[in-house]
Design a protein around this ligand. Sequence first.
Ligand SMILES: Cc1cc2nc3c(=O)[nH]c(=O)nc-3n(C[C@H](O)[C@H](O)[C@H](O)COP(=O)(O)OP(=O)(O)OC[C@H]3O[C@@H](n4cnc5c(N)ncnc54)[C@H](O)[C@@H]3O)c2cc1C
Length: 475
Amino acid sequence: MQTTEAPRPAERSWWLEEALMLPEFLTPEAPALHGDTSAEVVVLGGGYTGMWTAWFLKERRPELDVVLLEADICGGGPSGRNGGFCDGWWEKIRDVREVYGDDDAMELLMTCGRSPTEIGTWCRANGIDAWFRHGGDLAVATNPTHEGGWEGSLEAARALGVEDEYQVLSPDDVQKRCASPRFGGGVLIADAATVHPARLARGLRRRLIEEGVRIFEHTSVTRLGMGKTVAAETPSGTVRATEAVIGLGAWATWWKAFRPRLTLRGSYMVVTEPAPERIDELGWTGGEAIRDLRSSIHYGRTTPDGRIALGLGGLQPDLARRIDHRYDYEARYARRVANDLYRMFPSFEGVPIEAAWGGPINVSGFTMPFFGTVGKGNVHFGLGFTGNGVGPSHLGGKILASLALHAEDGFGRLAVVGRTPKRFPPEPFRSPGAFVVNAAIRRKDDREDEGRRVGRLTRAIARLPRRLGYKLGPR
Ligand SMILES: Cc1cc2nc3c(=O)[nH]c(=O)nc-3n(C[C@H](O)[C@H](O)[C@H](O)COP(=O)(O)OP(=O)(O)OC[C@H]3O[C@@H](n4cnc5c(N)ncnc54)[C@H](O)[C@@H]3O)c2cc1C
């Protein structure tokens, strides 16, 4: 079935619409800031990174006075809009090894590998029903060029002695887990989960308020004054604090210091109406998070009431110079993802798409986030999750809490701290260049999925980022 009508735009995301109908995710109130105040730590951004940081700060120092400032509502950005794939870094093992070397790579993989389980434990301990399900992460081939595409990861895993984390599945094995006619063989990472992203974000928000964190929503920081005391200025007041933590995700691209190291992409999702009997027919009952092996990936998962939510990454609504409404919703991409869903799961024909939405992705040149400290040693940041932040932002919160407390523990010394990714080229080359390269990557992926030949020029442009030393795009 081909959809020509664009699906309904969700209010931020279908996940947030669902969560905010429930009082436990709507309340308590978090007013906008009016007037000046002070705190020991001010956190900028109410996504997972900012909120996990506030959580770990209070866990370690319950008496600490923490203020969190969020321009929209907590979870209103990608943290409440994402696919809910909750992984460590196992999927990136090859790049992680190349960037950090074997010893640091192992430490990072093992440390972040604990986050999915710990998030599930946190939800249970805090009474947050975020639909946490430990169903694994399944990467599947959707065309012959993908088959065996996991070999590089397996080789890296063997070199590090962690090959048990991966299970290669034959096409028959994959069909038993999800009978899409488009799926070939695949590889399963068992230690991965799915969550309801907005329930997790809003649940975190509720628990933070209960623990005494002062959260101000609809409060946009317009300037951060650096010095022995930092001053987070907003149109309606200033927060002065000893330490500041920046968890602004894609919005950090407006910051001059970070702009060279971050670039923007869009990711867009749709969700169907419930059709639990068709999920049963597909045999997709194990809760697997399924993605294909394209560079501009499709990622899909089910919900407890029998929906499919599918997303497509690597899209760009414009030259990506700023974040505007096109990152929330773009009709042509909503249609595209809806059609991809029906192609991937033809048995869902006739099941309407309930809603569509999108969000900005902050991309770092080495595909991993980076953490560090600027100013007078009291402004800390965690950025560049590159479309993989649900699990890693939990570790990010521990790292940033350690940095803000100047704690001499292992988190502040992990190899993701203090290592900055390669700069992206400056404007005016950067935005048009990224646009052309992303279009070539998508074209290559699409043509391979359609069984068509990929031209040499397209292939060469798609591989340009890797040739220039970035860990982005196809090898
Ligand atoms: C459609 C989509 C699907 C995705 N799917 C997945 C997935 O399945 N698995 C996965 O691991 N990752 C996924 N991601 C990425 C993941 O959502 C992010 O990596 C993660 O949410 C980053 O969290 P964060 O807290 O760093 O940033 P954000 O969630 O972006 O939070 C930053 C916050 O800062 C606020 N802010 C901005 N400017 C200001 C300001 N001036 N003052 C105050 N506040 C401000 C924003 O409103 C926002 O709430 C997806 C992203 C998108 C968009």
